[in-house]
Design a binder for this molecule. Structure first.
Ligand SMILES: [Zn+2]
Length: 269
């Protein structure tokens, strides 16, 4: 089947995690550059992963980068070391390429028992974002209360609650604190009624959409390797929920991403 991906914005992709053997080569870097995609934010998960990602995607002018460390069990106690690595990566990055810190956050399945180190590790990265004046990409799985509690301590910091997987009630709290909310392919899943209600509820200027590829392929590709060109299905779902056309949603998300990440106004192809 042909993918319609021209001009779509994807605010959360792990392009270097995509198994190229499982995805048509024309949908992958460096073909992303020529393919007419809109803005794509390539997300960091480990200290030191930035320069290989930049090198791999050097032919893609539509890609920008976030740098951060996911709350891996083995990393959350190494706060100082990771702080140093992230600072170094930010200092060494070419100007304008890094537009956010993340992803960082809470994951109850990775860290059962909610260890205090996980909070300190997240706070280190939010402080870094604050210092650098960058938005933060928050990962929050089965940890809504802890996430809200931590973000409350940083009232001046903004960013995205990515792959939103809670309900309208939590969405309201994050929105009241000034955060953006981004929905991934699970918006299209059959059992995701609560997430769809949240998507219908988020005001225009705070809505974002993402693939989280290679994870969370939307229906009809659920369970397959996800790539950015699958994002049209998530846009269709969001458009239907909000009573808008897909074109309207494309314009909206492109503007929201440009405003949040400080992209030039002529960024869109
Ligand atoms: Zn991610």
């Amino acid at each position: 089947m042909d993918f319609d991906y021209k001009g779509f914005t994807d605010t959360h992709a792990h392009l270097s995690f995509i198994d190229e053997a499982q995805v048509s080569a024309e949908l992958l870097p460096p073909a992303l550059a020529a393919g007419g995609f809109g803005f794509i934010l390539d997300i960091g998960t480990d200290g030191g992963d930035l320069s290989p990602r930049i090198a791999k995607l050097s032919a893609c002018p539509n890609v920008r980068f976030a740098v951060g460390v996911w709350p891996y069990k083995e990393q959350i106690c190494r706060i100082e070391e990771n702080a140093r690595i992230l600072e170094r990566e930010l200092d060494a990055a070419p100007a304008g390429l890094v537009v956010a810190i993340g992803e960082c956050g809470y994951d109850l399945r990775e860290n059962p028992g909610a260890p205090a180190e996980e909070t300190a590790f997240l706070e280190m990265q939010i402080s870094l974002a604050q210092k650098r004046g960058l938005p933060v990409i928050i990962h929050s799985r089965e940890a809504a209360e802890r996430t809200i509690e931590t973000l409350r301590h940083f009232p001046g910091v903004r960013g995205i609650i990515h792959c939103f997987s809670y309900t309208r009630e939590e969405a309201r709290i994050f929105l009241d604190m000034g955060w953006h909310i981004s929905f991934a392919g699970n918006l299209t899943f059959k059992n995701a009624q609560g997430i769809r209600e949240a998507c219908a509820f988020v005001p225009d200027e705070r809505l974002l959409l993402e693939t989280d590829c290679p994870f969370l392929a939307p229906v009809p590709w659920r369970g397959k390797t996800c790539h950015p060109a699958m994002i049209a299905e998530t846009y269709k779902q969001a458009a239907a929920l909000r009573g808008k056309s897909v074109e309207d949603i494309k314009t909206l998300i492109s503007q929201n991403a440009a405003a949040l990440f400080g992209l030039p106004s002529n960024f869109r192809d």
